[in-house]
Design a binder for this molecule. Structure first.
Ligand SMILES: Cc1cc2nc3c(=O)[nH]c(=O)nc-3n(C[C@H](O)[C@H](O)[C@H](O)COP(=O)(O)OP(=O)(O)OC[C@H]3O[C@@H](n4cnc5c(N)ncnc54)[C@H](O)[C@@H]3O)c2cc1C
Length: 486
């Protein structure tokens, strides 16, 4: 039997699971099943359609409860777009398209212009910006020289001072050539890469580039990925590599007209075997060189099926609870930590909603846990009637968690203080977000230990933990795993 006849089980119908299926098909594997516990695919790319008023007429528009944006570095997502036949808008947006413009505000509501020297001019501000520009240049150089090799998906070898993975580079950007750009693998030894285990604030201090945190903080912390005194640099710089960060600064971002969920709905429709919805995996048993997967459907019926291989794209710390996890799996997966990211879609009284998205940078520090950090107005041309999504973090290493209720209340108060008192909430949620390991476990080689388990018991691990918790890194991780192991 040729190996592409193997029967493969994929747990999870999010970006990681669907991209795994797409890459399996591209390799000639047609005997696979995707199990998804919800009644939709896309996972954390969830884009409900809501009615909004425009010029007195009610229209249906997509809103985002999860993923919103991409950039030129979204290579694997582009492959998904191509497969599904559904494409992004941007970076230049036309009227009638969702928009990614944003402003900065003080928590008192005043519009802030931290990067415009001429607005509220002072010598101190000017000198600060000159320093920032110098340090940005220095960081770009450091990442291309001292930290060469940082710019690939995943974390293989980093703790040992090595690198191996698919390049995230874009030819012509930040020194990337055709050979060192996506989808080529890059490989090498660079002991300096061990520094990527350090929390990002320590890494910046070590390299004399503390000011750059002012650029990285808004697209990182406000998007729920944690605070710079706790998160290993590797996570920060693999998601917001210099190219991607500059695209954020220059507002060269992508978004999707009908929402990110549509990328995955389109892919799912094109797959030979679309995901089996409302089918939750509740048990996994691996024995006699086979994998036995038990699912429960919406009627509560339990079914066990036999597979040759298993791809887990769902949280591994949960997997250890319903699978026959080995001692090594249990030990490794118990080290996984995640962010508690809370968001809601709010409506406002007429004339009281923000007309543009906004960052509240003062709230992006651990001392302000539970406070609103960013609000997102997707349909800016609709004027003052548009619902807006508001976001906050509820945990930080070394601080006491704040509750869901406290966070919601604090976010409401913050929005009122900024000048946008919310009227109703159309949707609210807390998300298991950005699974990762501590700086210490990263330095101890957690990722190389996980790599050593890939394929044991016919089990492969994909999803957010492998590289980073965004659409691109999860899809690219599937590309890598299918490419190397199937
Ligand atoms: C508020 C928010 C904003 C975001 N913004 C962005 C952004 O702008 N850009 C970006 O690139 N990314 C963004 N992300 C992150 C991005 O959405 C995720 O990283 C991505 O969806 C991860 O894909 P995944 O398939 O690994 O996991 P998920 O999306 O979590 O999908 C996992 C799937 O597995 C299913 N599942 C879980 N357990 C089981 C089980 N036992 N049996 C069967 N099915 C199961 C779940 O229901 C889910 O559908 C954002 C996320 C959120 C929440």
């Amino acid at each position: 039997m040729s190996k592409n006849k193997d029967r493969v089980c994929i747990i999870g119908g999010g970006p990681a699971g669907l991209s795994a299926a797409m890459y399996l098909e591209k390799k000639g594997y047609e005997n696979y099943v995707i199990y998804e516990k919800l009644n939709k695919v896309g996972g954390k790319c969830w884009s409900p359609k809501l009615k909004v008023k425009h010029n007195g007429v009610e229209e249906e528009r997509s809103f985002e409860t999860g993923a919103i944006m991409g950039a030129i570095t979204y290579h694997a997502v582009s492959e998904m777009e191509e497969f599904g036949g559904y494409y992004h808008k941007g970076p230049d947006f036309k009227p009638g398209e969702p928009n990614m413009r944003r402003e900065f505000r003080k928590t008192t509501g005043e519009v802030d212009h931290p990067f415009e020297p001429k607005v509220n001019f002072s010598v101190k501000k000017l000198l600060g910006l000159v320093k920032l520009k110098k340090q940005m240049k220095k960081l770009n150089k450091l990442m291309q020289t001292k930290y060469v090799g940082y710019d690939c998906y995943g974390h293989l070898g980093i703790a040992k001072g090595e690198y191996y993975g698919i390049s995230k580079g874009v030819e012509g950007y930040c020194g990337a050539t055709k050979e060192t750009s996506f989808p080529n693998y890059i490989k090498g030894t660079n002991p300096n890469l061990k520094d990527l285990a350090l929390p990002f604030s320590e890494f910046c201090k070590k390299n004399g580039i503390e000011e750059v945190q002012r650029i990285w903080i808004a697209p990182f912390t406000s998007f729920g990925y944690g605070f710079f005194d706790e998160i290993p640099t590797a996570l920060v710089m693999k998601y917001l590599d210099v190219t991607t960060a500059l695209e954020f600064v220059n507002m060269k971002l992508w978004t999707w007209q009908d929402g990110t969920q549509e990328i995955y709905e389109h892919v799912n429709k094109k797959l030979k075997h679309p995901a089996k919805l409302q089918t939750e995996v509740i048990k996994v048993e691996r024995k006699d060189n086979k994998v036995y997967v038990t699912t429960k459907d919406k009627a509560g019926k339990e079914t066990t099926e036999e597979f040759d291989k298993l791809i887990v794209t769902t949280p591994l710390d949960y997997f250890a609870k319903y699978a026959d996890a080995s001692k090594e799996e249990k030990e490794l997966f118990s080290k996984i930590i995640h962010e508690r990211y809370i968001d809601y879609i709010a409506t406002f009284d007429e004339g009281k909603s923000p007309v543009i998205s906004g960052y509240l940078v003062e709230n992006m520090v651990p001392e302000r846990l539970g406070h609103a950090m960013v609000y997102y107005n997707r349909w800016q041309h609709l004027g003052n009637d548009c619902p807006v999504t508001v976001y906050a973090l509820a945990n930080h290493t070394g601080s006491k968690d704040v509750t869901y209720e406290y966070t919601q209340k604090t976010m409401d108060e913050d929005m009122a203080k900024v000048g946008f008192p919310i009227k109703d909430k159309l949707f609210a949620q807390e998300v298991y977000y950005c699974p990762h390991v501590s700086a210490k476990d990263y330095a101890d080689g957690w990722y190389d230990k996980l790599e050593a388990l890939q394929g044991k018991n016919n089990t492969f691990y994909a999803g957010e933990i492998i590289s980073f918790g965004d659409m691109e890194d999860t899809c690219a991780a599937s590309k890598d795993i299918i490419g190397r192991f199937f």
